[in-house]
Design a protein around this ligand. Structure first.
Ligand code: AFP
Length: 331
């Protein structure tokens, strides 16, 4: 066996998230560093939640809490923990004046009225999968506030519309933990290295495949879907496309983003407005989809063009590879 070179013995670790954020910021001479700090706060919250999730089978934090959230859905203990962890990290960071969470009815004021940003988030999506060790995720969306600095944040700060997002992303707690985000200029993915406690750039400039073979939908509700969706799904089956549905939006979206595919959550008879929440599920993932070259529509037009009217509003969604989303639209 030939001896390894010094380079082979000590392979570079790669670019850490901190370094990447710093390098990206230095491309904007007038940047104040506040958005950079906010992204670091989100990464920190993600690390803490990752730790909690990994312990879930060992300590009494798995399972339902016996309470309902604002949506009337059963809260898992980890839903509550993730919500608290995120709010605390964003409050301590100081850049965010207010937060909107899936778990809370109204705006959460952080007390940092000088903060320029507001964050809408789903702290733990797919939480019904926690107990069975299936991937779950955090989704976040960042806006620059429109209300005057030094006063309290207002409804308008959160109801600006998806095109006004300055950054958005998700953390996937899967076979490895990944942070994927965009500040509008490309989409980058970072894998968490537990031993270093750092997110390392692993997926540079992610580009959504233009087409794919995967379709992700809850097939059990097919009879309740609109006719055009039934038609599209029949076509997928005729073409022997691959059906993949985890029931955890971040995981389903992430797989399709890397492999090529479409995710569908249409309106149903039970949920005529769709199930997924516009502000903290549809907008951020639509932003990532578009910034990576994919598409996201509600069946009529782009998700990002929907004018929001309320915090917890829902929307049907079809998102992923552009050709596949176009095919849904054609039906
Ligand atoms: P939970 O957080 O209640 O598990 O809901 C997850 C979710 O919002 C999204 O992550 C899934 O894609 C979708 O719901 C699954 O919904 P169905 O169970 O109706 O297919």
């Amino acid at each position: 066996m030939s001896p390894k070179t010094a380079q082979e013995l000590a392979l570079p670790v790669g670019v850490t998230l901190d370094r990447f954020i710093m390098l990206s910021q230095s491309a904007f001479p007038y940047a104040t560093g506040e958005l950079s700090q906010l992204l670091r706060d989100i990464a920190l919250a993600g690390k803490i939640i990752n730790r909690e999730i990994n312990r879930a089978g060992l300590v009494d934090i798995a399972g339902g809490n016996g309470t309902d959230n604002v949506q009337g859905e059963n809260q898992q203990k980890l839903d509550i923990i993730a919500n608290i962890r995120f709010i605390r990290a964003l409050k301590n960071g100081g850049e965010v004046c207010a937060i909107l969470s899936e778990e809370d009815e109204d705006i959460i004021h952080t007390g940092n009225d000088h903060g320029k940003y507001v964050v809408a988030m789903d702290p733990l999506d797919g939480s019904s999968n926690i107990d069975v060790n299936v991937s779950i995720g955090t989704i976040f969306s960042i806006y620059r506030r429109v209300s005057p600095i030094d006063g309290p944040a207002t409804r308008e700060d959160f109801l600006q519309g998806g095109r006004k997002q300055v950054a958005a992303g998700y953390i996937l707690y899967g076979s490895s933990t990944m942070l994927v985000y965009s500040t509008g200029d490309g989409v980058n993915g970072f894998t968490y290295d537990h031993s270093l406690g750092e997110f390392i750039l692993s997926h540079k400039n992610i580009c959504s495949p233009q087409n794919g073979t995967i379709y992700s939908v809850n097939d059990g509700y097919i009879n309740d879907y609109p006719a055009f969706v039934q038609q599209y799904l029949t076509k997928c089956k005729e073409k022997s496309c691959t059906a993949r549905y985890i029931g955890s939006l971040v995981a389903d979206f992430h797989r399709n983003l890397l492999r090529g595919g479409v995710y569908l959550y249409p309106s149903t008879k039970k949920t005529p407005e769709g199930k997924l929440r516009l502000l903290y599920e549809c907008y951020p993932l639509a932003f990532i989809a578009e910034k990576s070259g994919g598409k996201a529509i509600d069946g009529f037009g782009a998700i990002l063009d929907i004018i929001p009217t309320s915090f917890h509003q829902r929307s049907p969604i079809y998102l992923g590879s552009s050709t596949m989303v176009d095919d849904v639209m054609k039906c």
